[in-house]
Write a protein that binds this ligand. Structure first.
Ligand code: ZN
Length: 334
């Protein structure tokens, strides 16, 4: 892991940021159009690409003028962003030794090109982006110009296809120990690890407590259920459904459990053990509303059968609106 007493940004002079990186917005519809552009502008072209699979990360560049490719093996923990950046970085080092003035680098990584164009100085910027800017600055100072073009991959551009293949070939140089892994590359792995730990903890603890909720929500949600729910536009809707999902409602059974009332008798039909299931499925006072509820549940179910367990209904957001309407029209408050 790349660690330094100074943040990468402060390792470099501010002057490099005065030279903005040129990212050409040219769109090429065909290989012929691309070649025409190179000819007209008298440009030396290079193609770069990065590749990441489960156990292999490589960066490569291709020089069509010399018909040569070069592939570098990186540490398998490097991200695809690092692989793409390193391919550009190596292509620029190569440019240093080419006797020519104007260069163009084709990359299929929009995220790297965007990062190069931005003058972002946050410490979390991948240090390779700063290294690339440094090399470009050196090249500018020797009278060379560099511009970048984004070309989407697998669109039939020969250079792209060749460099893509080069990342899969046997590598020419092993840089897996030389290239320090940018610390930002560990973020996704840490996130993934954290998710697994949280998942195990969820599975283990739900055996003992929160079984009602665990039955509804099988695994820890990445976002709250109402994150993308368009009908969840009022607070009462969200709190009502939340209380049903958690099983913490103002039903008599729950209030009795908390010792807030003397008995668990339903205040509507006087039946004992008035829990959420009683309100939704059994309470005799709400027969007509239940008929409406069943019709509405059926209508959102298409040809499938309506689940008969409340936990199963609460596990699927399409049932939330009918359930909410039923609660509002019957006991009104949970
Ligand atoms: Zn009742």
């Amino acid at each position: 892991m790349y660690k330094d007493s100074l943040w990468p940004f402060y390792r470099h002079g501010y002057n490099i940021h005065f030279n903005s990186i040129i990212v050409n917005k040219q769109n090429f519809n065909s290989q012929a159009e691309l070649l025409q552009f190179l000819d007209t502008n008298n440009l030396y072209s290079l193609y770069t690409d990065g590749s990441k699979s489960a156990d292999r990360v490589t960066s490569a560049f291709y020089d069509p003028q010399n018909k040569s490719t070069k592939c570098f093996k990186l540490d398998s923990k490097c991200s695809i962003f690092t692989a793409e950046s390193y391919a550009i970085y190596q292509a620029l080092l190569y440019v240093k030794n080419i006797v020519f003035k104007n260069f163009i680098i084709f990359s299929d990584s929009l995220s790297v090109l965007t990062a190069l164009k931005n003058n972002c100085s946050k410490y979390s910027v991948n240090y390779l982006v700063i290294n690339i800017k440094n090399v470009i600055n050196d090249l500018y100072n020797t009278g060379k110009t560099i511009e970048f073009v984004w070309v989407p991959s697998h669109r039939g551009f020969t250079g792209n296809e060749i460099v893509d293949q080069a990342t899969r070939n046997e590598h020419n140089e092993d840089h897996s120990t030389d290239l320090k892994i940018p610390f930002t590359d560990y973020h996704s792995q840490l996130k993934h690890k954290m998710k697994l730990l949280w998942h195990d903890y969820w599975k283990e603890t739900s055996k003992e407590k929160g079984r009602w909720y665990a039955d509804i929500q099988g695994s820890p949600p990445a976002q709250p259920w109402y994150h993308r729910n368009k009908t969840a536009d009022c607070r009462k809707f969200i709190t009502t459904i939340n209380r049903m999902r958690f099983g913490h409602c103002q039903t008599r059974t729950h209030l009795k459990r908390l010792n807030l009332v003397q008995d668990s008798k339903c205040t509507f039909c006087e039946e004992d053990n008035a829990d959420l299931n009683h309100i939704v499925f059994n309470c005799q006072s709400f027969g007509v509303h239940r008929l409406i509820l069943v019709t509405e549940l059926q209508s959102v179910c298409d040809d499938d059968e309506v689940p008969t367990r409340l936990q199963d209904l609460l596990a699927d957001q399409k049932f939330y609106a009918p359930l909410y309407k039923y609660i509002i029209n019957t006991i009104n408050k949970l």
